[in-house]
Design a protein around this ligand. Structure first.
Ligand code: GLN
Length: 494
């Protein structure tokens, strides 16, 4: 009997549709696997109780038995990053500030996943309020990288990437403000896609930096990610920035030919300090594979790319400072302090936020001060335009841009407090797509040295709403490689 947790989401959805196995069998297999390996992995912050999971599974089995049309995620066990609001299911955003909060409504993402036939298994570990690259910025247990217990899963969607890699969920949703889907996907050896800004609703996704935040899927292969995107993409009247453009057929896009596509490479970006030689080697190999797929590799230049990190961290902190003002101890989560309002605010925010969140609120408040605004925030906004213009010009001569996803293969768990700047710099290849609102995918493209070697990711970036091109190229690359078929060792349990 096949281990149902080893199947891709696409195999599960097809198998369920064809009556090869029941959704109850699939859900039970994943549920039991979670119970077995979660004590070592810590990918979940909250799990849906077994009876609810089985009830949801039975509903899909019944729908099939009645001959009803099944959605793209029929019977697929899904994990949601804990940034997504789920009715009556704890939603903490990785923070003490929201501990014990049971949302009174279902966010768009959980609703669309369920409507597409997905079975929600629970809420996944993350950096507090999605601020970080290691999933260590949290008062809760830190998720492990399935490939190595000495390394982090990346962040901020570390739980979403580790769950897919270790098969505690079939596919997952993450959020990406500066790389938080793509970087953990890269570090855990799975596929992660950040759609065009506005392609997926932000309603019911707790806000970090509203002009950059975008929800997206993670899976073990390109088709799983395309299938999940199909379920969640599309206009949502509850989000004013959500796009009204029709949603293309992403599964069909995976089958479209990729030969003839021009892939741009900014060679200057590869010379920047911090790129590990083994990642560079894997990247050069990946370019050869893209050529084997019939694509051409052309040189491009993005003259303002090196300003991305500085620009991103000013803008995201400014927006975070303003978004997080709502956590005042009066509306959600625990309340601290007694006496006047100021004292309740002070005590609640002191106890509720961790050090990285406080750092960003302070930085953001500083750059927005009337006497600093022009020098910092105003300049960052102008640089953001230059960065976006660089992409527009580059896309005049190419269809996609390729970079490594993370400059390093593996980030060791921190034994002492980290230098935050070090982690900020590891976002050098990912923040650009957020600043310009472009879709980007990361997929497995090799392994670093050591035993086991840690995964390395290839990033492809496309013009606005060109997810179909991105998926066609990614699928072609996947068809020519076997990196995505490697599975991590089983975690040591007990
Ligand atoms: N690592 C980046 C940060 O710390 C990105 C986070 C994200 O995309 N949510 O802000």
């Amino acid at each position: 009997m096949t281990d149902l947790t080893s199947l891709t989401a696409s195999q599960i959805a097809r198998g369920v549709g064809a009556g090869q196995f029941s959704v109850v069998d699939v859900a039970t297999a994943f549920y039991d696997r979670c119970t077995y390996i979660e004590p070592a992995l810590h990918s979940y912050l909250t799990r849906v109780p077994q009876d609810q999971v089985i009830r949801a599974a039975k509903a899909i089995d019944l729908a099939r038995a009645q001959g009803r049309q099944l959605g793209p995620l029929a019977g697929v066990p899904v994990g949601l990053k804990d940034i997504f609001v789920t009715k009556d299911l704890a939603t903490t955003c990785g923070s003490r500030m929201l501990e014990g909060w049971l949302p009174p409504y279902q966010g768009t993402h959980a609703r669309r996943v369920t409507e597409a036939g997905g079975i929600v298994l629970g809420k996944l570990a993350m950096d507090e309020f999605a601020m970080g690259s290691s999933s260590e910025n949290t008062p809760f247990t830190v998720v492990q990288n399935p490939w190595s217990k000495d390394h982090v899963a990346g962040g901020s969607s570390g739980g979403s990437a580790a769950a897919v890699s270790a098969r505690t969920a079939s596919v997952t949703l993450g959020s990406d403000t500066g790389g938080s889907i793509r970087q953990p996907a890269s570090l855990c050896g799975v596929v992660g896609l950040k759609p065009t800004y506005g392609r997926v609703s932000r309603a019911g996704m707790i806000a970090f930096a509203s002009s950059l935040d975008q929800a997206g899927p993670l899976g073990v292969c390109v088709e799983d990610v395309a299938r999940t995107l199909q379920a969640i993409a599309g206009h949502d009247p509850a989000d004013a920035t959500s796009l009204t453009d029709p949603v293309p057929d992403y599964l069909a896009a995976c089958q479209a030919p990729a030969s003839g596509l021009r892939v741009g490479v900014d060679r200057a970006a590869l010379e920047r300090p911090g790129l590990q030689p083994e990642v560079r080697r894997a990247f050069e190999q990946a370019l050869l594979v893209l050529r084997d797929c019939g694509m051409t590799v052309v040189d491009i230049s993005r003259p303002h790319a090196h300003l991305g990190i500085a620009c991103y961290y000013i803008i995201c902190c400014a927006e975070a400072a303003s978004n997080l003002a709502r956590y005042d101890g009066l509306r959600y989560g625990p309340r601290h302090g007694e006496g006047d309002l100021q004292e309740v605010y002070r005590a609640t925010r002191t106890a509720g936020f961790g050090p990285e969140v406080k750092r960003r609120i302070l930085l953001g408040t500083h750059v927005l001060r009337a006497d600093c605004y022009e020098e910092h925030y105003g300049r960052a906004m102008r640089v953001r335009t230059l960065i976006a213009d660089d992409y527009t010009q580059a896309f005049a001569t190419c269809d996609l841009i390729a970079t490594p996803t993370s400059p390093v293969a593996g980030i060791a768990r921190a034994s002492t407090e980290r230098d935050p700047l070090e982690l900020y710099l590891s976002d050098m290849f990912t923040v650009g797509a957020n600043l310009a609102g472009l879709p980007a995918i990361s997929m497995p493209a090799g392994f670093g040295a050591g035993t086991p070697g840690l995964p390395i990711g290839l990033q492809l970036i496309a013009p606005r709403l060109a997810e179909p091109t991105l998926l066609a190229a990614a699928q072609a690359f996947e068809n020519h490689t076997t990196w995505h078929t490697r599975r991590p060792p089983e975690p040591e349990v007990g």
